[in-house]
Design a protein around this ligand. Structure first.
Ligand code: ATP
Ligand code: MG
Length: 308
């Protein structure tokens, strides 16, 4: 059974305001997306493509305007109280910038204790806190410090420790290393890799860095302007990218160019109608912009959504 299944999910947001006319735009338009049990899934796409919106939907921080999100076969909105408690313990999230998430007036011990209290977990809190600090390779006496008294890498380790407190099976990582120094980035990625192997946690890894996803994920979705353009096993996507956007991403990664800078912000003048191509930069866009996107099956798992 899959952990999450999204079907025909749409999310609209408002833009404009002040001097500009306000309007609603379609930020996310997902036909189908699945996160299987014991799978780590990567979500790649440039700025504004809807990655964090997906994370927020899965964490119930926002609701879809249309469509259904299932958690273990049940509509996420219809979970009973006990199912909701189980979901909250089993699914956690870590953010790009952990300092924004923590109360600066709380000591690290209290930051780590909070989920124990919120989830009313029956366990020895001192022991559990020492245990998770050990899991993320931090000394236990760090618990007496405030969040501003530790380094960026240590802060992200605290954020991971806090997510681990409730013994989750699934963690959404929204750009977990992009705010960190290169040398610290690899330490955190190795830590996430070890936790995946030793604790059997799986991730939804959100990133625009292909190497991060390649390192940690079994399956990948490529997102552009709120739509999936290609999906498949990590090896399939990296060996044989088919969609022009995926190819462009791979080429920019090979050239070691920061793709977010190369590609710039998403052009949101795209056709917002379901079924039409979101990839306005494509060289063939003017020829096939009004044709319905086809689902091309490369293998059982590798799909491309394009007019090619
Ligand atoms: N609360 C909101 N109100 C209005 N627009 C929003 C809101 N949240 C997101 N958006 C818009 O929805 C689109 C998708 O945003 P999202 O944060 O999911 O992108 P992202 O892929 O996570 O980008 P980044 O890589 O920069 O984090 C963007 O155009 C964004 O401006
Ligand atoms: Mg984001």
């Amino acid at each position: 059974m899959s952990i999450f299944k999204l079907k025909n999910v749409k999310k609209y947001f408002e833009r404009g305001g002040f001097f500009l006319k306000k309007d609603r735009f379609l930020a996310l338009d997902l036909k189908e997306m699945e996160i299987g049990e014991n799978h780590s899934v990567g979500l790649i796409g440039e700025s504004g493509s809807g990655k964090t919106t997906i994370a927020k939907l899965l964490m119930r921080l926002i609701k879809p305007d249309e469509g259904i999100i299932e958690y273990r076969g049940k509509n996420l909105n219809d979970l009973t109280r006990s199912e909701l408690r189980e979901y909250r313990q089993r699914c956690q999230m870590i953010f790009q910038d952990p300092s924004a998430q923590f109360n600066p007036r709380m000591k690290i011990y209290d930051i780590l204790r909070e989920p124990i209290l919120i989830n009313k977990m029956a366990l020895n809190e001192e022991e559990r806190i020492a245990e998770v600090l050990n899991l993320v390779s931090l000394p236990t006496d760090i618990r007496h410090r405030y969040i501003h008294q530790i380094s960026g890498g240590q802060r992200q380790r605290i954020s991971i420790a806090r997510a681990l407190i409730s013994n989750p099976s699934f963690i959404i990582c929204d750009e977990p290393v992009s705010a960190l120094d290169i040398s610290v980035q690899s330490q955190i990625l190795n830590l996430l890799y070890d936790l995946k192997n030793n604790l059997n946690v799986n991730y939804l890894m959100i990133s625009h860095d292909l190497s991060v996803v390649r390192f940690l994920c079994d399956f990948v979705y490529i997102l552009y302007n709120g739509k999936i353009v290609e999906q498949g096993k990590t090896c399939e996507i990296f060996q044989e990218p088919v969609h022009p956007y995926t190819k462009e991403l791979m080429e920019s990664a090979l050239l070691k160019i920061d793709d977010s800078k190369l590609l710039g912000m998403i052009d949101d003048s795209h056709d917002e109608m379901s079924g039409l191509c979101p990839y306005t930069r494509c060289s063939r866009y003017s020829c096939c912009r009004s044709t319905e996107i086809r689902e091309i099956k490369i293998t059982d798992t590798h799909r491309v959504f394009c007019n090619v």
